[in-house]
Design a protein around this ligand. Structure first.
Ligand SMILES: O=C1C[C@@](O)(C(=O)O)C[C@@H](O)[C@@H]1O
Length: 889
């Protein structure tokens, strides 16, 4: 099989420039005319992938620009070798998107009554292929929308059909580690597997317009039985159950789909974090942590290290020009294996962080390139496009034809036009018109950003760069955000003052030897995000030290100060976050009128009362009717209203008179995250999923709200005082009936049903499924009519055969009767999330609002665990600390 010539397999650049001799599969059988497959004329000019460049210098856009995103309901095809996890990923996507899965192997069996192998044996290979072709053609024609189509067929003749389909639909190649495939296929000979994978990867890449690397992890169970029958163990977050691996795959894949599909077409994945909705290039003083591919593949990275202080991760393909031993294997300059390794690195990073990825192939050492280098460069960039990175760099020294082609095929990725000159290439000074000509070139090729860098030879080089900035501001439309600074030790001044996406070094690499250059012009950044932040502050460019607080009746033991102060210090900012306990809200007036007031977390019992101090509320806080975050506003519109950008990072870090207070609620974000993290795939939210909220106060409102945001349509409230429960239910019924609820995902059709339970002895409502999501909002101390802190779930409400998740945030108490009960039921699939899980999850969004910087999530989670009093020797937090890296980002 491996010796077959596969149509569409990547070939060397030289063989691609003129014609692409891909032939449609020729049917020589005697099918009835109506069943005879239509031949598809594949046009080399329209190769979607850009592997073959069009043989023209014209810049006229192709008729149907692939740049246009797909329709939200466009069917998605998953292709890949058996064992790559396609079926599992298909179920994940179909559950989330409510789509039908069509597995071609199964369909073939249903239609012919025989498996592919049996059919081939009985009817011969030609007839087998003919049948496959006819079936694929019918499936693609009849299922253009709302399906997930799974295929491991890679016969050359079928490619034309898939290629055509890919012009308007995502066709995603699912790649995976050879070890995992070997295990799945039960083939002992490793070299055989590698050969097979080389061949199949090339074949699938030739038809796919995207590639997803299905990262294998410790205890991975991706090949286990389908999700619906997967049994789960509920060890809780302390020791990650095998299904947590599956959950990470789920989050990773849905995140990937959300990047390549139109916004909001993947329900319930929308982020609620304030900075995620602001394009990184519109914020000021943002940093891209630079990670060479070689380091990622060598596993020389820690998630905590690359996310601290980072607004993006720049994955640097630092070996694109090193001579490859395997060029003869037919892979071109980027062998199939190497391509898979790049996919794996991007997959591993994306699985662990929420910030955008920049895919960067540096130019070779010399500023002009020969044909071989050009081909290698393009193959690496084109492979990057398959991976759907948020940003992708393209060197502006490339010829028009290649530039045009790459920028045309970018789909959802933003393109950064880059030029970096090395010291040996005698870079032009910043006043030289060369730089502006590159800027204009980026404008004419519709780049989204421009990045121009060169080494500094003297301190003056850092000042000269302003000449370029001035010229750019007068350069006419479209104004493209400019990233420009000097590299090297002498260039640090301008690197610190550069406002957008400065490449930086992770803290752990300070003092390490710069990366070898491998024939590429990549230079290791010379500052860390912390150094850049400290430098900005020392030069009075930003960052007054602001005062932040947690206010509540009893805050002296709050873990919020430790969590926020650790993050503040790690980023190099100088704010101070302190506890402020008071019995009367009016006491905090002095705090909020202080010109250096930076914001406050609001604890019990003030979450509702504090609204009276605010001038404006977020849509979420308004819908919930409670606030846990106060943000000072220092600029108003002329009419006195609060400007839309008042909360953006660009105006966050400076002191001054507080003109208004803005109220936000991040508790619901934390509850939603805890539900998501603890909910096993077997309990994925469906239309009949039931959620139970215990309590009816401000937190209970946030809990109901987060369930609505997750698409839960049956919500049961248990409270001792049914009147209060009724008030809560009526509040949400009113909002829903007025369509006045800011749902991040559209829930189609279904009505939301509420039910009130009055006593523990009440039976679970007959017409509802047993709850799989339970959120307990009972304070650790008895409070009015709420259920007492000794509450446990009656057995009659715990009948879910697949268990569920219990979120209990009795603050500071880690062994409530409910927590102990749930932990004891772990063997039945029950997972508990406690206040140590919740506090950081609600704190990330707060941190973004307070500082305008992305929260260092792993660091904050770890700090909460470390500072929690290890009250129960029977419940040590160390195992949780040990597994922090494995948690969802
Ligand atoms: O409820 C809480 C707890 C908290 O008040 C604390 O004491 O740390 C911090 C708040 O942001 C959060 O909503």
């Amino acid at each position: 099989m491996a010796s077959t010539v596969v149509a569409g397999v990547k070939r060397r650049y030289a063989s691609l420039v003129t014609t692409d001799e891909r032939q449609p599969y020729h049917i020589s059988s005697d099918l009835e005319p109506s069943k005879r497959p239509r031949q598809y004329e594949s046009s080399p000019q329209e190769s979607r992938r850009g592997v073959s460049l069009p043989n023209t210098t014209s810049n006229t856009p192709p008729k149907s620009s692939p740049n246009a995103l797909f329709e939200p309901d466009a069917s998605i095809v998953l292709v890949g070798i058996r064992g790559s996890g396609k079926s599992t990923l298909a179920i994940i996507a179909s559950t989330a998107m409510k789509r039908r899965v069509i597995d071609l192997d199964q369909t073939f069996k249903d239609v012919t009554g025989l498996s592919a192998v049996a059919y081939k044996r009985e009817h011969g290979p030609l007839e087998h292929r003919r049948r496959q072709y006819a079936l694929l053609e019918t499936v693609l024609a009849n299922h253009q929308r709302d399906c997930i189509i799974v295929s491991s067929w890679m016969e050359p003749g079928l490619h034309a059909l898939l290629e055509k389909f890919a012009a308007s639909h995502p066709v995603i190649h699912i790649a995976r580690d050879p070890e995992a495939i070997q295990q799945y296929l039960r083939v002992a000979d490793e070299s055989k597997i590698r050969e097979l994978m080389k061949y199949t990867a090339s074949a699938f890449r030739a038809v796919a317009n995207f590639e997803f690397f299905n990262v294998s992890e410790r205890c991975s169970r991706l090949d286990d039985p389908p999700l619906s029958t997967t049994t789960v163990r509920g060890d809780g977050p302390a020791s990650p159950a095998p299904y947590l691996t599956l959950k990470r795959a789920e989050r990773h894949f849905l995140k990937f789909l959300s990047l390549i599909m139109p916004k909001r077409s993947i329900p319930f994945i929308e982020t609620a974090f304030p900075l995620a909705s602001v394009p990184t290039e519109t914020r000021q003083f943002t940093y891209a942590i630079s990670m060479p591919l070689s380091r990622i593949l060598a596993d020389e990275w820690e998630t905590e290290d690359i996310e601290t202080g980072a607004d993006a991760i720049e994955i640097v393909i630092d070996d694109a020009f090193t001579p490859k031993a395997d060029l003869s294997s037919g892979g071109g300059y980027l062998s199939p294996e190497r391509a898979s390794q790049i996919s794996k690195a991007v997959g591993a990073v994306r699985r662990n962080v929420v910030i955008p990825i920049i895919y960067h192939v540096p130019w070779p050492t010399s500023s002009s390139i020969d044909d071989t280098q050009r081909a290698a460069y393009l193959e690496h960039v084109q492979h990057g496009l398959l991976l759907g990175p948020e940003y992708l760099t393209i060197d502006l020294r490339l010829d028009d034809r290649a530039l045009y082609h790459i920028t045309e095929w970018r789909r959802a990725s933003k393109v950064i036009g880059v030029v970096h000159f090395e010291s040996s290439s005698r870079p032009p000074s910043w006043v030289d018109p060369t730089w502006m000509s590159y800027y204009h070139r980026a404008q004419s090729f519709s780049c989204d950003l421009v990045k121009l860098t060169r080494p500094a030879f003297s301190i003056e080089d850092n000042f000269e760069i302003n000449t370029l900035r001035c010229s750019v501001s007068g350069a006419g439309q479209p104004q493209i955000p400019l990233v420009a600074y000097n590299t090297g030790a002498k260039g640090r001044h301008s690197a610190c003052l550069n406002k957008i996406l400065t490449s930086v070094l992770p803290e752990s690499l300070i003092g390490s030897n710069p990366q070898e250059n491998n024939g590429s012009s990549y230079t290791t950044p010379s500052i860390t995000p912390r150094q850049a932040t400290v430098a900005l502050r020392s030069s009075f460019a930003t960052d007054d030290a602001l005062r932040l607080y947690v206010v509540g009746a009893n805050c002296q033991h709050s873990l919020s100060p430790a969590m926020h102060n650790t993050a503040i210090q790690a980023l190099g900012t100088s704010h101070v976050y302190s506890p402020y306990s008071t019995s009367s809200l009016s006491d905090i007036r002095d705090l909020i009128h202080d010109p250096s007031f930076g914001g406050a977390s609001v604890g019990l019992p003030f979450k509702v009362e504090v609204i009276s101090l605010t001038h404006s509320l977020s849509t979420h806080a308004k819908a919930i009717g409670a606030v846990n975050t106060l943000i000072p506003v220092r600029h108003l519109n002329p009419d006195g209203s609060i400007p839309d950008d008042a909360l953006l990072s660009n105006v966050r870090n400076s002191a001054g008179p507080v003109l208004a207070l803005f109220g936000e609620n991040t508790d619901w974000i934390g509850i939603r995250a805890c539900i998501r993290r603890g909910l096993s795939p077997a309990n994925a939210v469906r239309s009949n999923t039931a959620g139970l909220v215990i309590g009816a106060g401000g937190m209970a409102r946030a809990a109901v709200y987060s369930m609505l945001q997750l698409g839960v349509q049956n919500i049961v409230v248990y409270n001792r005082s049914p009147e209060n429960a009724q008030k809560l239910v009526s509040h949400f019924q009113r909002l829903l009936s007025r369509n006045d609820i800011p749902l991040l995902s559209k829930v189609d059709g279904g009505k939301t049903y509420f039910h009130i339970l009055r006593a523990r002895a009440d039976p679970w409502p007959e017409h509802l499924r047993q709850p799989t999501i339970v959120v307990s909002c009972i304070p650790a101390q008895q409070n009015g009519n709420q259920p007492g802190p000794n509450f446990t779930l009656p057995e009659a409400w715990m009948g879910s055969p697949t268990g569920g998740v219990v979120v209990d945030f009795s603050y500071k108490v880690l062994n409530t009767p409910l927590i102990l009960q749930t932990r004891a039921e772990a063997h039945r699939g029950w997972v508990v999330m406690d206040s140590l899980d919740l506090l950081p999850e609600q704190g990330f969004a707060q941190f973004e609002l307070f500082t305008g910087r992305r929260a260092p999530r792993r660091l904050m989670r770890a700090e909460v665990l470390k500072s929690s009093p290890d009250e129960e020797s029977s419940y040590p937090v160390q195992p949780r600390l040990d597994s922090i890296t494995e948690q969802e980002p």
